[in-house]
Design a protein. Structure first.
Length: 423
């Protein structure tokens, strides 16, 4: 297809099909997440239970994602995704049955989140490392990563807004039901793909040696180490605004599930805006700088949001928070997937996921605990301070990070060689 440069990944039929299927599925996923969050808060009235639900959903990213990356590197990515989405569809159907029967209890929702998190720990590195097969190489990969991230956050923008209205009109059961149905779209898309799988690695080294190789690459190089550590701090400090959002929606702004949907949707809209910016960028050069300033913006906006009593200014601050978080995460992922060796791609994707989604449950649990003693506003403000401090440390190191990145960009043809630039 003859498309503008900013849409270059959509020239590939396989990426278009996968993107469409994932779009429907992500919309359904956020419907269920909003329904789960609202239902837990309605049943318990506890900010701690909200944090526990997020902890159960995202803890597997921290514990299992690196091991899952080793496993995914050895297998056909499309088959892995077929398996993970089939299990997720079964989980959604089981949760629907419990909610529809009226026998749902808070521990059911926690257990359901834990199972879904376990599945996602394998699904996420497979999906990230599958993109290079969908676009046929590195040339269009940064654009595909940006649009994939924009899709994930588009669901976070649209899903909560519609989900809040659906729950208010028809009840939580519809959130679970529509999510179960949405998995049929991604399964159909995966079945329709025609891609040439990359040769899976069958190394003589054992699992621990392969796992160590992934961590050595990720943390043995100053730029990747600095980006991943900053991302982890932002994830721990800033991400908990989502798990505590029901408190602000009901107790601060005096709203209902629709208010919650709009509030989380504002963060999703900010994230989509950030990903659109990444998608339209012509090159990955300069992203290491964007990462530091985006993290700082997220921290500052979150501190301000924590103490804002008015709904409309709060929406603007959540928008900036969501944009800052996802620019930090999306730019980090784009740089890492651009420079990593193919044999380590899934492992590095898993380490990125561990640093981003895997750290979120620690932040959510800590924020839920702190909210119980000092209140949700103070808990979120402390998280914002953590993100801001980490961004400050990163920006101090930025000149050294740029110097380390330059030779690698030159080898990959991303930056002109110094000897050529003098001609």
């Amino acid at each position: 297809m003859n498309l503008p440069h900013g849409l270059r990944s959509f020239r590939h039929r396989s990426f278009r099909v996968f993107f469409l299927g994932q779009g429907v599925s992500q919309f359904g996923t956020w419907l269920q997440l909003i329904a789960t969050s609202w239902l837990i808060y309605r049943l318990t009235g506890s900010a701690f239970w909200l944090g526990l639900a997020t902890f159960a959903l995202q803890l597997p990213f921290l514990v299992l994602a690196p091991v899952a990356g080793v496993w995914v590197d050895r297998l056909n990515k499309r088959k892995v995704l077929l398996a993970t989405n089939t299990i997720a569809c079964m989980q959604a159907t089981a949760m629907l049955a419990l909610v529809a029967s009226g026998r749902i209890e808070p521990w059911h929702l926690i257990a359901g989140n834990a199972l879904l998190g376990l599945v996602n720990a394998f699904d996420s590195p497979a999906r990230q490392s599958f993109l290079i097969e969908l676009v046929g190489g590195r040339e269009d990969l940064p654009n595909a990563i940006a649009f994939q991230s924009m899709l994930m956050n588009g669901g976070r923008f649209v899903g909560p807004v519609i989900g809040g209205a659906v729950i208010a009109l028809w009840g939580e059961v519809w959130g679970f039901g529509l999510n179960a149905a949405s998995y049929l779209a991604v399964l159909a898309a995966l079945a329709a793909l025609r891609v040439t799988p990359r040769v899976a690695e069958h190394p003589e080294a054992g699992w621990l040696a392969q796992l160590a190789a992934g961590f050595h690459w990720a943390y043995g190089f100053l730029p990747s180490r600095s980006m991943l550590l900053l991302l982890a701090a932002v994830s721990i400090g800033a991400q908990p605004y989502q798990s505590l959002a029901p408190y602000f929606a009901r107790d601060v702004f005096g709203g209902d599930s629709q208010t919650l949907g709009v509030l989380i949707g504002a963060g999703g809209m900010g994230a989509v805006s950030g990903m659109l910016y990444l998608a339209l960028r012509p090159t990955v050069r300069g992203l290491v700088t964007v990462i530091g300033y985006a993290a700082a913006a997220a921290g500052i906006a979150l501190i301000a949001f924590a103490y804002t009593p008015q709904f409309w200014p709060a929406l603007a601050l959540v928008y900036v928070t969501g944009m800052g978080i996802m620019l930090t995460a999306g730019a980090t992922n784009t740089v890492l997937q651009t420079i990593v060796e193919d044999r380590l791609r899934a492992r590095v994707a898993a380490i990125y996921i561990m640093s981003f989604l895997g750290m979120s449950p620690l932040g959510a649990l800590a924020a839920g605990w702190a909210a119980h003693y000092v209140g949700p506003p103070a808990a979120l403000a402390a998280g914002g301070l953590l993100a801001l401090a980490a961004a400050g440390v990163y920006l101090v190191r930025l000149p050294a990070i740029r110097r380390e990145m330059r030779p690698l960009y030159e080898r990959l043809g991303i930056a002109p060689r110094a000897d050529q630039s003098l001609r």
